[in-house]
Design a protein around this ligand. Structure first.
Ligand SMILES: Nc1ncnc2c1ncn2[C@@H]1O[C@H](COP(=O)(O)OP(=O)(O)OP(=O)(O)O)[C@@H](O)[C@H]1O
Length: 308
C-alpha cells in the first residue's frame, strides 16, 4: 500500500488504486484529492463519522461518479466498468432494510440469483455462507425477529454469496455488543485468511481495526492522513519499556546517573535505546539494586499516534 507521508509499499498488484479522487457535495468536500493504493489482504478504512468512508465505497463500486479524479478496483475503471466491479466485489452496507417477513435463507438465495447464480448453486452457496457467518436454525425464521447481530450476519452473508474476490464492509460492528463485536472481527479475519477474499472494512474505531487488519488507510475530513501496513504503524519505537516489581524510582535514578534518558510512564520506565549497552545498563541496574524484573521489551508505536 502506498500513499501519505512515510508510506511503505507492499508487493503485488493493487486491488484498489485511487488517483486524486475528489467528491464535492453542495457546501461540503466529502473526498479531497485522495490518492492511495491497497494490496490484497484485510484493509481497514478508518475515519471519524463524516470523514468520507461511505462516499468512498459508493464511488469505488461505480455507483456514484466522483467530481474529479479516478480509481481502479481489481483493475477495472470505476468510470466505465461499474457493473463488472459489482460482479466481483461484495458489499455490506452500513444500514439495512431487510424485509421482515422473509427468512435469511430466502433473502440470501434471492440475492445469489440476482448475482447470476443458477437456482441449485444459489441454494448451496446461501447455505454455506449462512453457516460460515454463524446463522444456523434461525436462518429459516422471518428476519423481523432478528437481533442486530443476526441482521449484521445476514448482511455479511449476502455480500459473500456470489464468491467475490473483494468485499467492502461498511461499519460491520455498528450496534453490536462486545461479544458480537468480537465474533464479527474474528469472522472478518477469517474471510481474509481462510476464504482468501480481500476485505476493505470501515470503522470509526481504530482499536478494533488494529486487531484484524494487515493494512490501514486513515482519512480525516476527506483527506488522506496515512496509508500503510499495520506493521509500519506499530514498528519499534527505539525505546525500551522496563517494569520492576518494586523500586521503580530507585532504578530510574540509577539509570539516569549513568547517562540513560529515562522517564516514568505508569507502572513502567521508558528508556531511550542508545544501543546494546542500554540493555546491559538496565540488566546491571536491576541486579545491583536487587530488584525483580517483570518486563523488558521494545516499546511499539501505537496507531492512534497518527492522529496526534
Ligand atoms: N448525498 C449527499 N449529499 C450531500 N452531502 C453528503 C451526501 N453524502 C455524504 N455527504 C456528506 O459528505 C461527508 C462524508 O459523508 P460519508 O457518509 O461518506 O462519511 P462517513 O465517513 O461514511 O461517515 P459515517 O460513518 O457517519 O457514515 C459528510 O459531511 C456528509 O454529510
Amino acid at each position: 500500500m502506498t500513499g501519505g507521508a512515510g508510506a511503505s509499499s507492499l508487493s503485488g498488484m493493487p486491488i484498489i488504486a485511487t488517483r486524486d479522487l475528489t467528491m464535492r457535495f453542495p457546501g461540503v468536500t466529502a473526498l479531497d484529492a485522495l490518492s492511495f493504493t491497497v494490496e490484497t489482504g484485510v484493509t481497514g478504512l478508518v475515519g471519524a463519522n463524516g470523514a468520507g468512508k461511505s462516499t468512498l465505497i459508493k464511488i469505488l463500486l461505480g455507483l456514484l461518479p466522483p467530481t474529479s479524479g479516478g480509481a481502479l478496483v481489481l483493475g477495472h475503471d470505476i468510470a466505465v466498468e461499474g457493473p463488472r466491479i459489482r460482479g466481483s466485489v461484495g458489499f455490506m452496507p452500513e444500514y439495512d432494510c431487510l424485509p421482515p417477513d422473509v427468512s435469511a435463507t430466502e433473502f440470501v438465495v434471492h440475492l445469489a440469483r440476482v448475482s447470476g447464480l443458477p437456482a441449485t448453486a444459489a441454494r448451496e452457496r446461501a447455505a454455506d455462507v449462512l453457516r460460515h457467518v454463524g446463522l444456523y436454525e434461525e436462518r429459516y425464521r422471518p428476519m423481523g425477529g432478528y437481533s442486530t447481530g443476526m441482521r449484521q450476519k445476514v448482511k455479511l452473508a449476502q455480500a459473500l454469496v456470489h464468491d467475490p474476490r473483494l468485499v467492502f464492509l461498511d461499519e460491520p460492528t455498528n450496534g453490536l455488543d462486545p461479544q458480537g463485536r468480537d465474533e464479527m472481527l474474528a469472522l472478518i479475519r477469517r474471510i481474509g485468511t481462510e476464504f482468501g477474499i480481500s476485505v476493505l472494512v470501515t470503522s470509526h474505531l481504530l482499536g478494533e481495526l488494529e486487531r484484524v487488519c494487515d493494512n490501514v488507510v486513515i482519512i480525516d475530513g476527506g483527506r488522506l492522513l496515512s496509508a500503510q501496513s499495520l506493521a509500519a504503524y506499530t514498528e519499534a519505537s527505539g525505546r525500551l519499556l522496563v517494569e520492576v516489581e518494586d523500586g521503580r524510582e530507585a532504578l530510574e535514578r540509577h539509570l539516569a546517573e549513568r547517562g540513560a534518558t529515562v522517564r516514568p510512564d505508569g507502572r513502567h520506565l521508558v528508556v531511550d535505546l542508545a544501543g546494546e549497552e542500554t540493555y546491559d545498563l538496565i540488566r546491571d541496574g536491576v541486579a545491583d539494586l536487587g530488584l525483580a524484573l517483570v518486563r523488558l521489551e521494545q516499546a511499539r508505536h501505537h496507531i492512534e499516534e497518527v492522529f496526534r
